[in-house]
Design a protein around this ligand. Structure first.
Ligand code: NAP
Length: 502
């Protein structure tokens, strides 16, 4: 290939998904590419595939009552595109979605997005060194580089409970809220007490006749220090952007500090646990209910939740908290292990997402025709959560071992986007047509991550979506083991020695 980037054939990059990951990668590739075009590299031709008809990913799909973010708004934007318009210190779903829609427009990405197009199968063609993509529309797309920005929270998890199909009422998942189904005066069952359920229940309880919450494991909950942002603050963010940047830095540092609590023996853990316990005592008088809502596992083992209205909602006369395990669903409602029938006419599955089934249901075949699901059967093995040996010219955003329990995922996404851009640049600069993680580099990364995670708080004895069940012992393929700053440091510079080029 010629040494001059301008004469080189333009790379075609396909991105799956248009949530924070997909949009962020597109911006990074196009913006930086254009910026440097005069010097060397040519901006790739970027195409995004979106199964739905609007951008936004999980923030487009989750529209349940009360849906909001538990990460401060200051951190919930791309650093290249701060949002001076946030109305609250913790953003609501609608304004995050508005922000992402605006991003797609502002960066002129819509013309590159194939809406209503799901990638159902991706096959690496080693002869032509490119990916062949089968789409739900029946087309075949060819791309040189494929980026999976599908996110861990895109496929609802439907619980394996007997009788779900027998239910006579209206049943839906929290990520597919039935806005056409008015809950006024209804008896509503909510399965789950995770991040979604604790936002839903306080919102719906005042309108339902009765809300029955089915709890398998109580969450640790801290107060939500939320407030409205003032017009003055918004004016300042808009007219003196440095103030927002400094604010973002401060909030980022505060969130990073929370990571210290993720050491079960630490003082920070004891402090957070005592805060959360006091919070229960303040809001729940009944000793039996207190016991029921107090977790027995370490704070942070499951995601720490924040809410000001969860405990008050549980103490309402018209809310029941049921802790007997669900035995089965019957036409009239939910039958629990003690033989009781809890009659409901609406059932909300606030049961989370298939976070450990990476890329599900996409079938992705790498070099030698290996199916990714097979390659990852024992462990979702990657290099930095971004690439996987045996799968050339493929990159993941929020891939394995890059999820977080304490800070904004946008910071991880931005680090990954930059790294992927550098990897694609390296491909171009070397005149190579494929780039692939080296096995030895990947093994080192996986061994390091496993060692870090083995004794971590997330493996300290609770069930959560962080864990993959099935083997002798649950394993953790989802989380980054350290602070986001350490991820940033690790991925700051692209390491060509970790890759082979052909
Ligand atoms: P989740 O945290 O995975 O919670 C699922 C809930 O369903 C858990 O309480 C779980 O119980 C329960 N459950 C699952 N299967 C069950 C079964 N068969 N029987 C009884 N209970 C069952 O899901 P989520 O609440 O949707 O949240 C998922 C993730 O989305 C969060 O961790 C967070 O990252 C993200 N999220 C974020 C926000 C935000 O504010 N940024 C809001 C919502 C969601 P166990 O605990 O016993 O497993």
């Amino acid at each position: 290939m010629p040494d001059d980037g301008h004469d080189r054939p333009q790379l075609r990059v396909g991105i799956i998904g248009t949530g924070f990951s997909g949009l962020g990668t597109a911006i990074e590739l196009l913006r930086k590419g254009r910026h440097r075009m005069s010097q060397r590299a040519q901006a790739p031709d970027v195409v995004l595939f979106e199964r739905s008809h609007e951008v936004g990913g999980t923030w487009r799909d989750n529209t349940y009552p009360g849906c909001a973010c538990d990460i401060p708004s200051q951190l919930y934007s791309f650093s290249c595109a701060p949002n001076p318009d946030w109305t609250r210190s913790y953003p609501l779903q609608a304004e995050i979605q508005r922000y992402l829609v605006d991003i797609a427009d502002r960066y002129d990405l819509r013309r590159r997005i194939r809406f209503g197009t799901e990638i159902t199968e991706a096959r690496w063609d080693d002869r032509h060194r490119r990916w062949e993509l089968a789409t739900s529309t029946g087309d075949v797309e060819l791309v040189d580089v494929l980026i999976a920005g599908t996110g861990p929270l895109s496929q609802p998890s439907i619980p394996d409970v007997a009788g779900l199909d027998d239910f006579r009422g209206v049943l839906f998942h929290s990520a597919a809220w039935r806005h056409d189904h008015d809950l006024s005066g209804r008896r509503v069952g909510v399965i789950g007490t995770g991040a979604s359920a604790i936002q839903i229940v306080p919102e719906i309880a005042p309108v339902t006749e009765r809300t029955v919450v089915f709890q398998r494991t109580p969450p640790w909950v801290l107060p939500r220090l939320d407030r409205e942002l003032t017009d003055g603050e918004r004016w300042l963010f808009r007219n003196v952007p440095l103030t927002q940047r400094l604010g973002r830095l401060g909030v980022y540092a505060r969130q990073e500090l929370l990571f210290r609590a993720f050491d079960a023996q630490s003082k920070a853990q004891a402090t957070v646990r005592s805060m959360a316990t006091k919070y229960i005592e303040q809001h729940v008088e009944d000793p039996e209910l207190r016991r029921t809502v107090t977790p027995s596992y370490a704070v942070g083992c499951k995601r720490i939740l924040i809410s000001n209205d969860w405990y008050p909602a549980l103490t309402r006369d018209d809310v029941d908290l049921v802790t007997d395990p669900i035995r089965r669903i019957v036409p009239e409602g939910v039958e629990t292990g003690d033989g009781r029938l809890h009659e409901v006419d609406t059932l909300v599955l606030a049961t989370g997402f298939r976070a450990t089934d990476f890329l599900f249901p996409l079938k992705l075949y790498g070099r030698d025709g290996t199916l990714l699901d097979d390659a990852w059967r024992d462990r979702a093995a990657t290099l930095n959560g971004i690439s996987s040996a045996g799968f050339p010219n493929l990159f993941f955003v929020v891939g394995p071992n890059t999820g977080l329990g304490h800070n904004s995922i946008v910071s991880m996404i931005e680090a990954q986007c930059r790294y992927i851009r550098a990897a694609i640049d390296a491909l171009g600069k070397r005149g190579a047509s494929s780039i692939e993680a080296r096995h030895d580099a990947q093994e080192r990364f996986v061994a390091w991550a496993d060692a870090e995670l083995a004794d971590s708080i997330w493996a300290s004895g609770c069930s959560s979506w962080y864990l993959t069940e099935g083997g002798e012992k649950p394993r953790i393929d989802t989380l980054w083991p350290r602070s986001t700053m350490s991820y940033w440091l690790r991925t700051r510079l692209f390491a060509p020695g970790d890759y082979s080029f052909a």
